[in-house]
Design a binder for this molecule. Structure first.
Ligand SMILES: Nc1ncnc2c1ncn2[C@@H]1O[C@H](COP(=O)(O)OP(=O)(O)O)[C@@H](O)[C@H]1O
Ligand SMILES: [Mg+2]
Length: 281
């Protein structure tokens, strides 16, 4: 029998489904709330670690702790950390010829000033770390920029003071999310932002509908997951009005509730099947 450990902090529907689907396939599932349980370096707990903390740092460290015992972690610590930092992730994609929105990194408010002046408006401003659209701003004018710069400079985390200034891709408030599992595309959906926001995050009220991928997007998505060495990766793609696409970000601990609703694909069942098949080999 395959032993699977699911590491989490706050259990969502996704985690409950993964547990259910693993057990339905005969796996022995151990649940570890990383907020309660210390992770001993070098200690083997199960054959596989499914890493699901919402907190990026907790996810990276949970994966690393289990990998220290030679355990296979889905995803591994390296994949989660590269995906979790937009600078590292975009840089890796750009180096491999994946099209990304034009991006300028400013590690201080002085360089951020320069970058803002030189950027065509509107410009997208975001910190390297974050999710659910938090602190991602669309800036048209100098006055708003000043305010954002000031707020960001007052945040206590050094990383949250870093600015990524990006070309605004005119998507009409939509984007495409592809899930890649074990080097293959599981499916795709389109997210449509709420009427009162330009961002498409489901956490902000974005709606999800199924999406039919062309061969190029399939290839790009698989390549992106491969680039970060991830087994279970969500690839978010912006498509402009002329049909040009730009990979916006990769997610190393993907949420998939909205994806399941849109596509009817039982992501947790596929994930469970993949994990158990691979673990048995
Ligand atoms: N350069 C951009 N051009 C157009 N829309 C963008 C751009 N960057 C972000 N967005 C929109 O904002 C949302 C949140 O930004 P994102 O970079 O994905 O941060 P998060 O990690 O918080 O989801 C995206 O889903 C997309 O709808
Ligand atoms: Mg996003």
């Amino acid at each position: 029998m395959v032993e699977v450990e699911l590491l989490y902090d706050y259990p969502r529907l996704e985690e409950r489904l993964i547990i259910e689907r693993l057990r339905a396939r005969g796996a022995e599932v151990t649940l570890t709330n990383v907020n309660d349980v210390p992770l001993v370096m070098g200690e083997r707990v199960a054959d596989v670690a499914v890493v699901r903390p919402i907190s990026m740092f907790k996810a990276i460290y949970a994966a690393a702790a289990r990998e220290s015992a030679g355990t296979w972690a889905v995803n591994n610590a390296s994949a989660i950390s590269v995906c979790g930092d937009k600078v590292l992730c975009l840089s890796r994609m750009a180096a491999s010829g994946i099209r990304i929105p034009r991006t300028v990194i400013a590690v201080d408010s002085r360089s951020a000033e320069q970058a803002f002046k030189a950027s065509p408006k509107p410009v997208v401003d975001k910190p390297p770390i974050g999710s659910w659209g938090r602190l991602v701003s669309l800036i048209e004018d100098e006055r708003t920029w000043r305010t954002i710069l000031e707020y960001r400079s007052l945040l206590s985390s050094a990383q949250l003071k870093v600015h990524l200034l990006q070309q605004y891709v005119e998507t009409g408030g939509r984007d495409v999310r592809v899930i890649v599992l074990g080097g293959e595309v599981l499916g795709a959906m389109e997210r449509i932002g709420p009427p009162d926001d330009w961002r498409t995050n489901v956490a902000l009220g974005g709606k999800t509908v199924p999406y039919k991928l062309n061969g190029e997007l399939v290839e790009t998505s698989i390549k992106c997951a491969e680039l970060v060495g991830g087994d279970f990766i969500a690839v978010d793609i912006l498509v402009d009005r002329s049909g040009n696409y730009y990979v916006n970000e990769l997610n190393g601990v993907p949420e998939f509730k909205g994806f399941m609703e849109a596509t009817g694909i039982d992501v947790a069942a596929h994930l469970a099947g993949f994990v158990l098949d691979r673990a048995k080999r």
